[in-house]
Design a protein around this ligand. Structure first.
Ligand code: FES
Length: 492
C-alpha cells in the first residue's frame, strides 16, 4: 500500500511544471559562479564539502533544525509561564538568530549540490529549497516582530517557520535516504585481496581509461575498476564514481586526475582522492603491479575497513596456533563447529516438533519455552565464545551479531502470541526460516573460515562451548533467570 507521504513525494517528483523555474534558478546559479572566474571551482569545492570528505549541506542543516526546535521549546515554556520570562525569551531569540545564520549557509551549500541533480530530484530539491526559504523568511519576520515587542505574534510566526522547516527537512531526508543523493555511490568491495591478473599491459593506451571487472563472490556482483596508463605508470581506481555512480572509464585525464563525465568530479590518479567536487568521497584504490606483461591488481584497504587480507588471516592464524599450543585440550573434545552444528540440529528439530503439534495441545507452550531457552543459550555461547574467537579470521561476525538481534526480536514477538492462533503459526514459520537461514549461513561460511584457527584451537573452543552449554542448562540460577525472562516476554 502506498502511504500518504509517498503519494506526496511522488506528486512533487512528477510535477513537470517545476522544470521551467528550476531551469531558470539553476541557470542563475551557474551564471553567478561563472562570473567568479577561476575562483568558481574552489568556491564549489568549499560548498560541496570536498575539503571535509563529507557533504557540507547536511552538516549545516542541523543548525537551523536544532536551534529552531530549541527556540520552539523555549517559546512554549514562555507562553505557559514555565520559565523566567526574559531569560527564556532572550535565549529563544538568540537560538532563532543562530539558526537563521546556519540556514543561509546551508542554503548556499545546498544550492551548489542541487545544481548537479536533474529530473525528479531537481524538482524535489526545488520544493525543499522553497520550503526552507519560506521557513527562513518566517523566522526573520518573527525576529523583527520580537524586536518591536510583539512577542506573541513573533512566537506564532516562528512556530509556523518551524513547521515549514520540518516539511522541507522531510523532503531533504527523502532525497538522501530514498533517492541516495549525496551518499557515497562507489563500489567498495574488498576484492581482490591478493594480486589478480586483469589485463595485458599492451592493451593499455596512454591516458585512455580502460575498464576491467573483478568478481566479488560475497556480493555476487562484478565490480568495475578503471585502469589508466599515465606517464609510465599504471593507476587503478573504482570505475563507479562516488558522487552519483558515473562511469569513470568513460571520463578523461586532466592535470593528474581522472574526470567523471557526468558532473566533472576529478580524482587523483595516484591516490583516488577528490581533487575537484561535487564528489566528496575518494575513489576505491588498487595497488598495481606488472608481472610478465600482465597488469595485476590488489584492493588497498581503507581506514576502518573490517575486510581481512590474506596476510592478516595468516598472521592471526599463526598467533592463535601459538597461543593454543600452550593450552590443554580435554581428551575427546569435539571441534567448536561440530558442537554448534549439533545445537543447530536440536533447534531445527524443536521447530519441527512445535509445528507438528496440535495447536490446541497445552504442551505446545512448554515446547515453545524450551525452544526459547535453547535459542537463548545458543546465542549466548556464540556471542561469548565462538564469535570473538573467529573474528580475526572471518568477516561474517558483524552480520551474525545483527542476525542474533533480529532473532531475539522475532522470538519476543512469537512468545507474546497464543500458541493456538493463526498469527502464532505465521510468526513461528518466519522465526523458523530466520533461524534456519542464520544456521545455514554459519555452516556454509563461518564454520569453514573457522578452520583457519586450526584443529587444536577448535577443539579447545568446542570444550569451552560444551561446558558453557551444560552450565547454562544445569545452573539453577541461570535457568530461573531464563524462565523469568521468557515469562516477561510472554507478558504473563
Ligand atoms: S557522477 Fe557526478 S561527478 Fe561523477
Amino acid at each position: 500500500m502506498v502511504s500518504e507521504t509517498e503519494r506526496f513525494t511522488g506528486r512533487v517528483e512528477q510535477a513537470e511544471q517545476l522544470d521551467a523555474p528550476a531551469y531558470a534558478v539553476a541557470n542563475a546559479l551557474s551564471t553567478t559562479l561563472e562570473v567568479t572566474g577561476t575562483a568558481s571551482q574552489p568556491i564549489q569545492n568549499t560548498l560541496h564539502g570536498t575539503w571535509l570528505g563529507h557533504p557540507l549541506h547536511p552538516a549545516l542543516a542541523t543548525l537551523p533544525i536544532g536551534t529552531w526546535t530549541f527556540a520552539l521549546v523555549l517559546d512554549t515554556y514562555d507562553t505557559f509561564g514555565l520559565a523566567p520570562h526574559r531569560r527564556a525569551g532572550n535565549a529563544a531569540d538568540l537560538a532563532l538568530k543562530v539558526g537563521a545564520a546556519g540556514a543561509i549557509a546551508a542554503a548556499a551549500a545546498g544550492a551548489a549540490d542541487w545544481r548537479q541533480v536533474h529530473g525528479r530530484d531537481r524538482r524535489t530539491g526545488l520544493v525543499h529549497a522553497a520550503l526552507n526559504t519560506a521557513a527562513l523568511a518566517l523566522t526573520l519576520g518573527s525576529l523583527a516582530l520580537r524586536r518591536r515587542g510583539r512577542r506573541g505574534a513573533g512566537r506564532t510566526l516562528s512556530a509556523a517557520g518551524w513547521l515549514t522547516m520540518a516539511a522541507g527537512a522531510y523532503l531533504g531526508g527523502h532525497m538522501v535516504y530514498r533517492r541516495r543523493i549525496g551518499v557515497d555511490q562507489a563500489d567498495r568491495s574488498p576484492e581482490p585481496r591478493g594480486f589478480l591478473s586483469v589485463l595485458s599491459l599492451a592493451e593499455l593506451e596512454e591516458d585512455r581509461p580502460r575498464r576491467v571487472e573483478i568478481w566479488d563472490e560475497a556480493a555476487r556482483a562484478a565490480i568495475g575498476v578503471v585502469l589508466v596508463h599515465h606517464r609510465g605508470r599504471v593507476h587503478a581506481m573504482g570505475s563507479r564514481c562516488s558522487h552519483m555512480g558515473g562511469p569513470l572509464d568513460e571520463g578523461w585525464v586532466q592535470d593528474g586526475g581522472l574526470v567523471c563525465p557526468w558532473h566533472g568530479s576529478r580524482f587523483c590518479l595516484a591516490t583516488g582522492d577528490v581533487l575537484d567536487g561535487p564528489s566528496t568521497a575518494p575513489q576505491p584504490r588498487y595497488e598495481v603491479r606488472i608481472n610478465d606483461g600482465q597488469v595485476e591488481l590488489r584492493r588497498i584497504p581503507e581506514p576502518g575497513d573490517e575486510a581481512l587480507t590474506p596476510e592478516e588471516i595468516e598472521a592471526s592464524r599463526a598467533a592463535v596456533a601459538e597461543a593454543a599450543d600452550g593450552k590443554e585440550v580435554p581428551p575427546g573434545a569435539r571441534k567448536a563447529d561440530e558442537v554448534l552444528f549439533e545445537h543447530h540440529q536440536i533447534l531445527r528439530r524443536l521447530f519441527e516438533n512445535i509445528e507438528a503439534m496440535d495447536p490446541e495441545d497445552p504442551e505446545r507452550r512448554d515446547m515453545m519455552r524450551l525452544l526459547a531457552g535453547e535459542l537463548e543459550i545458543h546465542e549466548h555461547v556464540e556471542d561469548e565464545i565462538f564469535y570473538p574467537a573467529v573474528r580475526p579470521v572471518s568477516e561474517d561476525v558483524p552480520v551474525a551479531h545483527a542476525e542474533h538481534q533480529q532473532l531475539a526480536d522475532m522470538l519476543a514477538v512469537t512468545l507474546r502470541l497464543g500458541t493456538s492462533t493463526p498469527a502464532f503459526e505465521e510468526q513461528l514459520r518466519a522465526l523458523h526460516e530466520a533461524v534456519d537461514h542464520h544456521a545455514s549461513a554459519e555452516e556454509r561460511s563461518m564454520f569453514m573460515e573457522a578452520q583457519r584457527l586450526g584443529d587444536r584451537r577448535l577443539r579447545q573452543l568446542g570444550a569451552e562451548i560444551e561446558a558453557m552449554v551444560d552450565h547454562e542448562r544445569e545452573s539453577r540460577a541461570r535457568s530461573a533467570f531464563r524462565a523469568l525472562k521468557i515469562r516477561l516476554l510472554e507478558g504473563l
